[in-house]
Each structure stands twice: as structure tokens, then as C-alpha cells.
Design a protein around this ligand. Structure first.
Ligand SMILES: NC(=O)c1ccc[n+]([C@@H]2O[C@H](COP(=O)([O-])OP(=O)(O)OC[C@H]3O[C@@H](n4cnc5c(N)ncnc54)[C@H](O)[C@@H]3O)[C@@H](O)[C@H]2O)c1
Length: 365
């Protein structure tokens, strides 16, 4: 059954973006926020989003007006009683989300799918506060949700196959690329993206290169549109630090680098100058660090069945704009070279060799 009557709780950055993405594809959206200003701002954001589309000739004024009218704002969850899918996007606070789910219990129809847009909390732990946990899962959008094509579809321990399939279909029907994954810290993408940025900062801390040089190596070796420091400045080092800290339970390899903590806590941007020529030995040392930052977590992710190689690579291509995504790159390099690249981290952090290393060479079709 197609999910077209949508409720969204939290009309902030993410809630408003998800509302626009859904209404743009014909969904009727009820947007709930405790703050009437947030609802008004979200509706304004939607209006200007479609206003720009009209100006650029991508949409008729009538279609823009119809899309805007498909988003209704309210302060009351009671208005979600006829919804088919409700997506929670309130502040990242476990107790607050649990309270919101508690309020939904007596309101939603029995067959309503409920999703959380949490970045860091465990979907399976939030499920304890949901009346029908088999109809609950994670839908992790990327900012700005109105344009970013990626959504991680996170299967909780109790999520039923029908719920999962309905959510995958909803993503496709609203123009998104769904990335199916399990409920592990960092889901499919942050699991390897964060350590990649962290290894870049460790390379900086160890004096292997400047930020500009490390970015340059990333562009050449990984086919990155922008290197890790440039990307961190776009998403903000403070936000990136928080995302890395969330991976802490996965072990010391994931602990933030010294400079990452310093720049993130000071809420500064990385200073990026000009990169000159980088001699071969240093180029290889930096390249190894960056590839290690992606390869090791990607292999661990495969061992834990968090996501398939094609999902990891699709996320890397679409969300991170890497021309050489980790699984395809590992296949190209071969298991021996990948082992050489990750070995120092295995030894330093006492990590067992990932079993998926044996599959390198045949991870991708
Ligand atoms: N911002 C990002 O880049 C990003 C990306 C992916 C996921 N997320 C996740 O999405 C969620 C929302 O993040 P955001 O950046 O949109 O936050 P935000 O601060 O922009 O918006 C949160 C909104 O929730 C509302 N709210 C709080 N308590 C409420 C309640 N009880 N009932 C109704 N509304 C309530 C607030 O008024 C606010 O408008 C978080 O879980 C966050 O981790 C954020």
C-alpha cells in the first residue's frame, strides 16, 4: 500500500525539508510542531522553495500553489489520526522522542508506519516506547532533505518486513534513493565517512601534511569532489565532531583526533590554504591514512551485515560524491594491498582482521 498521507513531528531543519520532499511528490503532509513560529517558518521555506522553481521555469505557478497547499501545519498530534506514515524529527533527545511516541499511542491508526529521523540514537531502543514496534523503523534523511537524494532506511530489531518494504517504496515514490541498513552506530554512511574525516585529522596531527595537501590527496585517490577538510567545513566541524563521538562505542579507532576535538569544540572552521607539490612518500602515507579511514569501517560494516557493498558504494557516490567508493576501490586494489593499508590500525588498536577482507576482489559486481 502506497503511503501518501504523511505526518511529520518537528518542523525544524529536517522536518520542513522532509515535508517539502514529500509534498513535492503528491503526499498530503500534516506538520506538527510545539512552536507556531517553527510551523510558519517551515511553510515559508516551502513557499520560497517552490517560488524559486517557478522563477526558473521548472514548475508552473498552479503546481507550486498546489504543493504548498499540501502542507498543513498544526500544534496538535491529535490531527495525525488519519495518517499512514508519521516521521518524527524533533530534537535529538531520547526522552523527548520517547515522550512524543507515547503521545502517539492513542492517536494513530493501528496500521500507521512510524519512523524516526534520529542520527545517533538506537532505533531498537526507541522502539520500546512505540505501541507497535513492528511498524517502526528509522528514516534517516540527509540535510537539506528537500534536495538531498539519500535516505537511510534503518531496520530495527522488531521492524516487520512489510513495514520495511513500505518505507523503501515511500522513499522511491518521493524521489529518494533508499539505502537499506541495520541499526548500528553510524548506520551505513557515517560509519565510514566519520572515520575517514578523523583519519584526515590524525594525518594532520601527525604532521603528514597540511589540510590543503590532505584534501588534494583525497581528491586524487578517492575521486572526492572536495577533500575531507573542505567537506567538514560545509557540514561544520562541530556537527562532525558530534557525529564521530556518537561512534565511540565502536572502539578506540573511532575516538576523535586531537585536532578534530579542538576545532569542533571551538566551533571553528578548518583553515585550508593552497597545496603545492607533494613528494611521493608523503603522498602515499596520506593516501594510506584516508583509505584506512574508509576501508576498515566498511569491512567491519560488512562483517556486521549493516549494509551491502553496493549500498555502501551508492551512499559514498551519492551522499559524499566519491568517484572511487570504498568497496569498488578495495576490489581494484586487491586483498593484499587492503591488508597492508589497514594493518597499522589493526595492530595499534588491537582490532581483529575483518572477515570481509577475504571477500575483497569480489565485493562489487
Ligand atoms: N540537521 C541535520 O543535519 C540532521 C540530519 C539528519 C538527521 N537529523 C535529526 O533530525 C532530528 C531533527 O533535527 P533538526 O536539525 O531538524 O532539529 P531542529 O532543532 O531544526 O528542529 C526540531 C524541531 O522539533 C520541534 N519540537 C521539539 N519538541 C517537540 C515536541 N514535543 N512536539 C513537536 N515539536 C517539537 C522544535 O520546536 C523544532 O522546531 C534530530 O533527531 C536530528 O538528529 C538532523
Amino acid at each position: 500500500m502506497a503511503l501518501t498521507r504523511i505526518g511529520i513531528i518537528g518542523a525544524g531543519t529536517m522536518g520542513s525539508g522532509i515535508a517539502i520532499a514529500s509534498a513535492a511528490h503528491g503526499c498530503e503532509v500534516t506538520l506538527v510542531d510545539q512552536s507556531s513560529e517553527a510551523v510558519a517558518k517551515a511553510k515559508k521555506t516551502a513557499e520560497s522553495f517552490w517560488g524559486r522553481a517557478v522563477e526558473k521555469g521548472r514548475m508552473s505557478a498552479d503546481d507550486a500553489a498546489a504543493a504548498t497547499a499540501r502542507i498543513q501545519g498544526t500544534a496538535s498530534v491529535a490531527e495525525l489520526a488519519d495518517r499512514e506514515l508519521v516521521i518524527e524529527a524533533v530534537f535529538e533527545d531520547f526522552d523527548l522522542k520517547a515522550k512524543v511516541f507515547g503521545e502517539l499511542g492513542g492517536v494513530l491508526p493501528a496500521d500507521c508506519v512510524v519512523a524516526t529521523n534520529t542520527s545517533c540514537l538506537k532505533v531498537s531502543e526507541l522502539a520500546a516506547h512505540i505501541t507497535r514496534p513492528e511498524r517502526f523503523l528509522g528514516l534517516h534523511y540527509f540535510s537539506p532533505a528537500q534536495v538531498n537524494p539519500i535516505v537511510e532506511v534503518v531496520r530495527g530489531e522488531q521492524t516487520s518486513p512489510a513495514t520495511f518494504d513500505a518505507a523503501m517504496d515511500f522513499c522511491r515514490a518521493t524521489g529518494k534513493t533508499p539505502l537499506p541498513c541495520l541499526d548500528q552506530y553510524g548506520f551505513a554512511i557515517n560509519r565510514f565517512f566519520c572515520p575517514y574525516t578523523n583519519e584526515a585529522a590524525r594525518a594532520l596531527d601527525d604532521g603528514l601534511g597540511t589540510t590543503a595537501e590532505i584534501d588534494k590527496v583525497a581528491q586524487e585517490v578517492l575521486g572526492a569532489a572536495g577533500g575531507p577538510f573542505l567537506v567538514m567545513n560545509l557540514i561544520k566541524p562541530r556537527v562532525n565532531l558530534h557525529a564521530i563521538q556518537n561512534l565511540g562505542p565502536l572502539g578506540d579507532f573511532y575516538a576523535p583526533a586531537q585536532s578534530m576535538t579542538k576545532v569542533g569544540e571551538a566551533d571553528q572552521d578548518w583553515e585550508i590554504g593552497e597545496a603545492g607539490e607533494i613528494e611521493e612518500a608523503r603522498f602515499t602515507a596520506i593516501a594510506d591514512r584516508l583509505r584506512r579511514g574508509m576501508f576498515l569501517p566498511a569491512l567491519q560494516e560488512l562483517d556486521e551485515n549493516v549494509a551491502d557493498p553496493d549500498v555502501i558504494d551508492l551512499g559514498a557516490r551519492e551522499a559524499l560524491k566519491l568517484k572511487n567508493p570504498p568497496c569498488a576501490l578495495m576490489d581494484r586494489l586487491g586483498a593484499d594491498e587492503v591488508r597492508r593499508i589497514i594493518a597499522p590500525a589493526l595492530e595499534h588498536f588491537g582490532i581483529p582482521e575483518p572477515k570481509a577482507l577475504a571477500r575483497v576482489g569480489g565485493l562489487t559486481a
